[in-house]
Design a protein around this ligand. Sequence first.
Ligand code: SF4
Length: 348
Amino acid sequence: MDQLKLFEQPNDYTQHKKYINGVFKSKDDLINDLRNNGKQNIYRVLSFGGGTQSAHLLEDHLQGKIHYDFIVFADTGAEPQFIHEQVAWWQDRQKQFNNRTPFIIATHNSMEGGLEEMLHRYILTDYQRFQMPVYCNTINEDGQEVKAGIMPRQCTVDFKIVPVKQAVRRAVLGRLNRTTKQKMPDNIAFVIDIGFSYDEINRISLQQSPQFKYIYLAYPLVEQGLTTQDSIKFLQDNQLPEKRSRCYFCPFNCDKPEIGMDWAEIIHEEPLSFLKACYFDTMLRNVVLNGGKRIKSIPYFHYSRRPLAEVYAAEYSYYFRQYESELSKWIGEWLDKIEQKYGQLIPV
Ligand code: SF4
């Protein structure tokens, strides 16, 4: 038995319970099954996040190792500017390769302002759907705040994955001179590559899109057994940009620079974004504590379950003095936009 273990491949997805239980298939099996079910036109799509893992797949595409019919970057409306610059860098690189694969920038179909719009809407109106994985506290019998759970992460699906599906659906229907209200022909399917790494295999929850029955998801880095660090090393070895993509206020930001998703990067590279994150963090607690929301737990963006502006108090007061007027302008502009789009605001 021990001898057999010596020959086991590390990170072998076929040994993982998600694969064994049929939560996902290999991309080849998926495509073979689709062909056997009469899908002659299968569009291959890269869901490009602008960061590290999907950049690894994009580079493989530019090097001719993976075929894609579409590359789609879903703009969550809250990526730091350095990620937008990284996306533009990859678009330039694509041109240098003379690669003509359509590169689409997609957004949420009703909230084009993405997660910034969702949060302002949540704070300023009676909108109740809250999609972010914030840390929560609750109040115990003695009136003390105590640690509770973390909210489910629905923002990735709503603001990244679904917009990618809608964008490629729209693009193909457009090529067929059909509107988005019309049906996709029965012989068409899509396989969208998601850049989850092997260490993120537990994030895989489905193979077939719940929204569109002809759209499927594949996980090529998982199949290759590659970890997040493997992709970062690949990018470093090839002198490619390696900043981790995420929203500037993402609760998965941490304090470990080696992970590449740290608050310090946001604070020092984009102080105004950090101040915006502090604003949302404070306002969310205010609206929840005011009792106008279905959520009763007290939300925090920071993993310590303390206000962001308190955790990084010195940075907050230093940058607030510098950017106060820009922050107020941004808040005012959003207030006007939300009022125009959604009507009467609730007092906060
Ligand atoms: S980066 Fe964070 S906040 Fe943004 S969509 Fe992903 S999980 Fe949500």
